[in-house]
Ligand binder design. Structure first.
Ligand code: FDA
Length: 312
């Protein structure tokens, strides 16, 4: 599993592998399990279905690492259209959009200002419709910049959230720094393969760090968004939230989050128990990097992929 996971992670950054996977005739059918459509209309329809079943959503326009300013502006515009479409469909209030700063121009010359300005325009539109914004976290080289941009945006838009990854050794310190800001913080295990100098390598260590981070976030004044498909972690979050008096239902001061299509039955269990449950809904044509990371984090998904191909 480990070797396969490493290969898939490498493939997620390879142009040749990308061409091969994208041109496979049945790939799209399998991708549908994780990415429910390519257009804004597909995303809004999927959001509506989830909202109608008691879930909330955070929507991601797929795309990362834009190469020029036009590309970054195109991504900003895609988010502005998304927020407008959610508002028109009557499901903007309470929804969230998740964006990658690399897609907003973070790596371009002068990228901090460009990405901050683009994200601020999206936050302004989101605010007008009762929608929130979360900045996805990418690889470790972008963590400082992403946390700084998050803090800068919160000065005007306090609902802008950041993501922390428990595979990174720095995360306990980042939680301590964020305590006192009241920020929305999504906690994840981390989807990027990182060097040992900055990241824990063994799954058991990352899981242990996740448990400690749940405890720290629940005891802080931040709004914890516990993003995992791991029932042990969710049980711990429920317990710690209860101890911290964070409540359940609409007034709850924490929420669980899962990726679309990974464990719908576990989502339902959380909804039935009265917890806030938000589903991360990615859409768009640029699904390759996202899809490959989902295969890499659970190589059993490759078998699912191959089975679908065999049954064509
Ligand atoms: P873990 O990997 O231990 O899996 C627990 C169980 O969940 C598995 O045994 C399996 O049953 C199931 N499972 C997990 N992944 C699966 C998959 N792909 N297919 C099928 N079953 C699967 N990462 C990041 O670096 N930056 C970010 O911004 C985000 N954002 C984000 C948002 C949300 C809402 C979620 C849920 C996750 C992210 N992630 C992320 C991804 C995260 O870092 C992590 O890679 C995955 O969530 C998998 O880790 P788990 O916590 O689910 O546990």
């Amino acid at each position: 599993d480990e070797a396969l996971s490493q290969t898939l992670n490498r493939a997620s950054r390879s142009v040749r592998a990308r061409r091969a996977v994208e041109s496979f005739p049945l790939t799209r059918k399998v991708v549908d399990r994780f990415v429910p459509g390519e257009t804004t209309a597909d995303a809004v329809a999927a959001a509506r279905r989830l909202v109608d079943t008691g879930r909330e959503v955070t929507i991601d326009v797929l795309g990362e690492d834009v190469l020029d300013l036009d590309g970054a502006r195109g991504m900003r515009d895609a988010y502005l259209s998304l927020v407008a479409a959610l508002a028109e469909a009557g499901c903007a209030a309470g929804s969230d959009v998740s964006l990658k700063l690399s897609a907003m121009g973070q790596a371009l010359p002068g990228g901090t200002t460009i990405a901050t300005d683009h994200a601020a325009e999206i936050a302004e539109a989101a605010q007008a419709h009762g929608c929130t914004v979360t900045l996805d976290m990418e690889d470790h080289t972008l963590v400082d910049s992403t946390l700084e941009i998050g803090a800068a945006l919160r000065a005007s838009y306090p609902f802008v959230g950041n993501v922390l990854q428990t595979n990174l050794r720095r995360t306990p310190g980042d939680i301590a720094d964020l305590d006192g800001t009241g920020a929305r913080i999504r906690l994840v295990k981390g989807a990027y393969r990182e060097p040992e100098s900055v990241a824990l390598q063994r799954k058991a260590e990352v899981d242990h760090a996740y448990e400690r981070a749940i405890d720290a976030l629940m005891a802080s004044d931040c709004y914890p968004m516990i993003a995992t498909h791991d029932p042990t972690m969710l049980d711990r979050a429920v317990e710690r939230a209860r101890e911290a008096g964070r409540d359940t239902g609409e007034t709850a001061r924490w929420e669980a989050q899962m990726l679309f299509g990974v464990r719908p039955e576990l989502e339902q269990r959380m909804v039935d128990a009265g917890h806030r449950m938000r589903v991360y809904l990615p859409f768009g044509t640029d699904w390759y990097g996202y899809f490959m990371r989902r295969l890499a984090e659970r190589p059993a998904n490759v078998a699912f992929f191959l089975r679908a191909l065999a049954h064509r």
